[in-house]
Design a protein around this ligand. Structure first.
Ligand code: CA
Length: 520
């Protein structure tokens, strides 16, 4: 054999080995739910329910006890996950009528796709513009219904019959089994609508928790006396702001007559008793809480069951060995804490989000991290897992070293938050703030109201010590840290590079628009 051919074969062999090495890059499965409180995951807290499948990820991987979001609301959180940038830079700060993710900007899925990953997103998208950077997508339109969803793909619409959580999983498994390019590693975003408002359970879970009493949080009857105006001024209380659809006192709108008959029957006896009892005041609030939280947990049950179906498929096919599995939510949620449902606040329950990650061979099973991580870090983490360089304009930090059991000495010691959407739908005043290990400083900047919480002494955040002279130095230190983070993240507190729908729909009738705003 001539020297030329020998060289050719050696080079070809090296090229092939490069290709095969490239193909060994880990798959990434990002399981994302909507409004799933860590208080409703038994790996965190088993006082309310059991989530054996999500717990499997924690048991076989790592649980993060201090995972936070930059802006606690659906669309904006999703834009942060795509870009690794805060809302004021990614152009999607709120779920307003013209909110529109700028599809031209840099995203992690685009970079993964360009680097040879087979990419897909299935389920709730909620960024309004069509997904870009995905080889396959099938998404709910806006929030999407709990039953019989119409879903959008690159090739048009698909009409589904059945329960949305099951359907999103069916479509996901179909992609994994039949549609993906098996010569490439995959990046799959498997994203549930549940357990978002208005919490319609699947038929099989309608009777679960019947007769049980779910524990009430200590702060269900919070009087907001230890805080500034915003905590009192909101519209998201279990006592007064759940509507008849939320409470299942009227027929659901997204079901077939057959589905509705089964659904309505499940609530019939309890609704009749409520009508006869004429409950008022605290007793009615307690009833609302039980109704809301049980439906919420029933929706979580279906999510957990379906997560199990996907984990089983990974196990059966051997894919599990080389797949990093994330389970997280777009933010946290109030399960009656402070008397609330919904999210938005920098107070702990909505600021924090659940996060468990399994990476066989890399992440120690059953490990727990108290490092402060954020949804801002996902894009960077996906890229590093794929062996790619993180672009310098992304603002988060890859958590890959933490997953590998390392203890990065220079890891962040504080987190920055900024919420915008006001006044509708829940009248939560805009605010930004900083949280450290022990303290949290919040500035409701449109009314110039400040709060400081000592989380060690006051974990439920009931009494602001901002005006307490004993905390004067802490206030000064925290303001300095807030300024440092705002500079670092290029947020001057007011400027938002907002991107809007270039072809907005015609304005809706006032009454209808209002009703829709109530479920954002
Ligand atoms: Ca959400």
């Amino acid at each position: 054999m001539s020297r030329f051919f020998c060289l050719f074969f050696v080079s070809f062999a090296s090229f092939c080995s490069f290709l095969s090495a490239a193909d060994d890059r880990p798959n990434i499965l990002f399981i994302f739910s909507d409004d799933h409180a860590y208080q409703a995951i038994s790996a965190y807290d088993s006082s309310r329910n059991k989530t054996p499948n999500i717990d499997r990820i924690a048991k076989e991987g790592m649980r993060f006890d201090r995972a936070f979001v930059t802006n606690s609301i659906c669309g904006p959180s999703r834009a942060v996950v795509q870009t690794g940038k805060y809302s004021h830079l990614n152009g999607f700060p709120d779920n307003g009528a013209r909110a529109w993710f700028n599809p031209a900007q840099q995203t992690a899925p685009k970079l993964l796709q360009a680097a040879g990953y087979n990419t897909a997103v299935v389920g709730k998208w909620h960024l309004n513009s069509d997904p870009v950077g995905f080889d396959y997508w099938q998404i709910l339109i806006g929030q999407g219904p709990y039953y019989n969803p119409r879903m959008k793909t690159g090739d048009g619409f698909v009409e589904h019959q059945g329960y949305t959580t099951d359907i999103i999983t069916d479509v996901t498994l179909d992609w994994l089994k039949n549609k993906r390019d098996k010569d490439k590693p995959f990046f799959l975003m498997y994203q549930h609508k549940a357990p978002h408002r208005n919490w319609e359970p699947a038929p099989k879970y309608l009777d679960k928790y019947k007769g049980a009493t779910i524990a009430e949080p200590e702060t269900l009857f919070d009087d907001y006396s230890g805080r500034e105006l915003p905590a009192r001024d909101q519209q998201m209380t279990v006592a007064n702001h759940l509507n008849d659809l939320d409470l299942k006192l009227v027929p659901m709108q997204d079901q077939t007559p057959e589905q509705r008959a089964v659904f309505t029957k499940a609530y019939e006896d309890e609704n009749k008793k409520l009508e006869e009892s004429k409950l008022e005041g605290r007793e009615r609030t307690k009833w609302n809480y039980q109704r809301f939280v049980k439906d919420y947990l029933r929706c979580v049950d279906a999510v957990d069951e379906n997560v199990g179906r996907v984990l089983d498929y990974l196990d059966e096919t051997g894919l599990a060995k080389n797949t990093v599995v994330f389970y997280t939510s777009d933010q946290g949620w109030y399960l009656g804490e402070h008397g609330w449902y919904d999210k938005r606040w920098m107070y702990e329950e909505s600021f924090r989000t659940p996060l468990v990650v399994r990476w066989p061979g890399k992440t120690k099973p059953g490990s727990v991290s108290d490092k402060m991580v954020m949804n801002l870090d996902f894009a960077e983490t996906f890229l590093e897992i794929a062996g790619l360089k993180v672009p310098s304009d992304m603002q988060g930090v890859s958590i890959k070293p933490i997953l590998e059991g390392k203890d990065p000495a220079d890891w962040r010691k504080s987190v920055y938050y900024h919420y915008y959407e006001f006044p509708q739908p829940h009248h939560v005043h805009p605010h930004y703030g900083v949280r450290t290990d022990r303290y949290k400083l919040i500035h409701f900047y449109t009314i110039d109201a400040w709060e400081l919480f000592d989380l060690q002494k006051d974990p439920h955040e009931l009494k602001s010590v901002y005006k307490d002279p004993a905390y004067a130095q802490t206030v000064a230190d925290m303001k300095k840290e807030l300024k440092r983070l705002m500079d670092q993240y290029k947020d001057d507190g007011t400027t938002v590079v907002k991107y809007e729908n270039p072809n907005p729909p015609m304005p809706k009738a006032k009454g209808k628009a209002k009703a829709k705003a109530g479920v954002s």
